[in-house]
Design a protein around this ligand. Structure first.
Ligand SMILES: Nc1ncnc2c1ncn2[C@@H]1O[C@H](COP(=O)(O)OP(=O)(O)O)[C@@H](O)[C@H]1O
Ligand SMILES: [Mg+2]
Length: 369
């Protein structure tokens, strides 16, 4: 799978344009604040219909404009697919092969795995960051996960509202039962994912660090695992406490997962360098899992990662990347910091303008055959 072409209009600070990408390495060089992360966000938005950093869709639209669109031509198993993701009148719209469609029909042509400097905070950050990471990772291999997340959020909002407005016991029981279905699907998907990821994660971590204590991953549910009835019962038992709080205290929305180094919690004990290695191993494992279970080679988006890693880990990362068969989009402030293959395509990003850096004339002559 690779992006042959991507284009945008009205997206963040990016000037309207379309660029043709190489099926392998693509490097985007530019100073800070020029639009490099925005460019990766455009790709991320096209693949997931979700913003990378923004909390509101409106933030994606260029200041002063009312709509935005990102379009892409994707090659998958030799066939070209066309995707378009827009925001019109504040609403998300998606088109596949130039026809408006539902998200469920949209997903499947393009999968991305992203690594940004912010990810390093995953080990120590708040549980919400890890949940979001986990749900995004699950979604990449199983797009239906998004529908489950949204169904759960709707049912949760409905129960929270009921907690504040009603004392009707039967009504409460029915809302708790309605919450249990999507909750059970979320929990199963997350747990299965972490279980499958673990061997790839252990391998990747060893590859990056050599012989450190083996890392571990474990899901930390706030409710005891069980069938739908068992989940609903636990919410019923919590009902009075939840009413005092004014919201549902326990459930998939309050869960976490833990990273460990040997017997120790990575959150408490991992050094800065170990945290980076853990996060990098998570990402590499994510790619390997997609390949092994779904036959999917995602497009890899690397946002300014060289600035976050020390020289040795950086070298390891590029060693690993050179063995990666898929497409890579990488941003950097200094092209010489990224050790890309000779065939890499280079672009400059300047005040939202993205232009191709042509290969030097001598290289071009060699190319003519
Ligand atoms: N909706 C928007 N409209 C116009 N400009 C935006 C919008 N959102 C962010 N920007 C601008 O984009 C720039 C940051 O781009 P970014 O991609 O983060 O830079 P970098 O190259 O450092 O990754 C800032 O100048 C910011 O003001
Ligand atoms: Mg950036």
């Amino acid at each position: 799978m690779f992006l042959r072409e991507i284009g945008w209009t009205g997206f963040r600070n990016l000037e309207t344009c379309a660029i043709e990408l190489d099926g392998g390495f693509n490097v985007f060089e530019g100073d800070n604040g020029q639009g490099k992360t925005n460019l990766l966000e455009a790709v991320y938005w096209l693949a997931t219909l979700r913003p990378l950093r923004a909390t509101r869709l409106q933030e994606l639209i260029r200041f002063g404009e009312r709509r935005c669109a990102v379009t892409g031509r994707i090659v998958l198993d030799g066939l070209e697919h066309r995707l378009e993701a827009r925001i019109e009148e504040g609403e998300r719209q998606c088109l596949r092969e130039l026809k408006a469609c539902r998200p469920a029909e949209y997903f499947g042509a393009l999968a991305v795995v992203l690594f940004t400097p912010d990810d390093v905070g995953l080990v120590r950050g708040p549980p919400g960051d890890r949940r979001r990471y986990l749900d995004r990772a699950v979604f990449t291999g199983r797009p239906a996960h998004l529908a489950d997340v949204l169904a759960y959020q709707r049912a949760l909002a409905a129960r929270n509202e009921l907690l504040r407005t009603s004392e009707d016991v039967a009504l409460h029981a029915s809302f708790e039962a309605a919450l249990a279905g999507p909750a059970r699907r979320l929990l199963t998907a997350r747990a299965t994912y972490l279980e499958r990821l673990t061997p790839f994660f252990v391998d990747a971590f060893r590859g990056i660090t050599g012989l450190e204590a083996p890392p571990g991953l474990s899901y930390r549910p706030s409710l005891a695992p069980g069938a739908e009835d068992a989940l609903a019962e636990q919410w019923a038992a919590e009902r009075e406490r939840d009413r005092e709080r004014g919201f549902t205290g326990k459930g998939p929305h309050a869960d976490d997962f833990g990273l460990a180094l040997g017997e120790r919690s990575a959150r408490l004990y991992a050094s800065q360098g170990q945290q980076r290695a853990l996060v990098l191993a998570l990402k590499i494992a994510e790619i390997r899992l997609l390949e092994a279970f779904f036959g999917l080679t995602p497009v890899l988006l690397l946002d300014d990662v060289s600035s976050e890693l020390d020289a040795e880990r950086n070298a390891r990362l590029f060693e690993l990347l050179h063995g990666f068969r898929g497409q890579v989009l990488i941003t950097t402030t200094e092209a010489r910091h990224v050790q890309t293959p000779d065939a890499a395509r280079e672009f400059r990003v300047e005040a939202g303008r993205v232009t191709r850096v042509q290969a030097s004339p001598s290289a071009a002559t060699v190319d003519v055959s």
